[in-house]
Write a protein that binds this ligand. Structure first.
Ligand code: PLP
Length: 219
């Protein structure tokens, strides 16, 4: 099933858009199945889960961190992940920079934006994003590669689309500023319920879990 789900998605998604298989709660064998079917990027939300499956997945694949990270977990993941999509504070940036300096790595990151300004949600507010990206230039072991957003969990259809559109406008604005230390290449948005609208609004990374692996029993 995972294999045919991936094939269908790969047929449907236009060239230039990459799928991040959102793999929280999934086993190494489920992940391997998705990779064999053509997924090139795996997204993990928790350091512990990443560590559990990382060595067991033998197929070559890229790993993106897509969850909220506590600074005390950064050290455990920097060696393993190819991108952190959820950079949301200077404090976290400082820790990523410090840990990457130790291992001689420059970490590609996406700045997470709280596009709907939800009070309980992490991420930079749209109006603060430009200054945040500018401030990140001091960190030599971080390279900003774009923006990521979750959007409100209960927004679907046209409502989700309007947030994706706002994220795209912000992305283009920051990209056009050509800020130092920022190479604005990726806009990560859209999940199982919203990825087509996200792609239509300019996403080039879509994070898809349920549609690849089936329903989750727990989160
Ligand atoms: C779980 C998750 C997704 C994918 O969700 P689905 O609805 O299962 O496709 C995308 N992004 C993040 C950050 C997630 O945690």
């Amino acid at each position: 099933m995972i294999e045919s789900n991936v094939r269908k998605l790969l047929d449907e998604i236009p060239p230039g858009v990459d799928i991040v298989a959102a793999a929280k709660t999934r086993s190494a064998s489920e992940i391997t199945c998705a990779v064999k079917a053509g997924v090139k990027i795996i997204g993990e939300n928790y350091a512990q889960e990443l560590l559990e499956v990382y060595d067991a997945v033998k197929e070559p694949v890229l790993w993106h961190f897509i969850g909220h990270i506590q600074t005390n977990k950064v050290r455990q993941i920097v060696e393993k992940v190819d991108m952190i999509e959820t950079l949301d504070s200077m404090r976290l940036a400082r820790e990523i920079d410090k840990r990457c300096a130790v291992i001689g790595k420059v970490m590609p990151v996406l700045v997470e934006i709280n596009i709907a300004r939800e009070s309980e949600k992490s991420g930079a507010r749209p109006e603060d994003t430009e200054d945040f990206v500018r401030a990140l230039a001091v960190y030599k072991n971080i390279e900003v590669k774009g923006l990521m957003t979750m959007g409100p969990p209960d927004a679907d259809g046209e409502e989700a689309r309007s947030y994706f559109r706002q994220a795209r406008v912000l992305f283009d604005k920051i990209k056009n500023l050509a800020l130092k230390g920022a190479d604005m290449k990726y806009l990560s948005m859209g999940m199982t319920s919203s990825y087509m609208a996200a792609v239509e609004e300019g996403a080039n990374l879509v994070r898809i879990g349920t549609k690849i692996f089936g329903e989750r029993n727990y989160d």
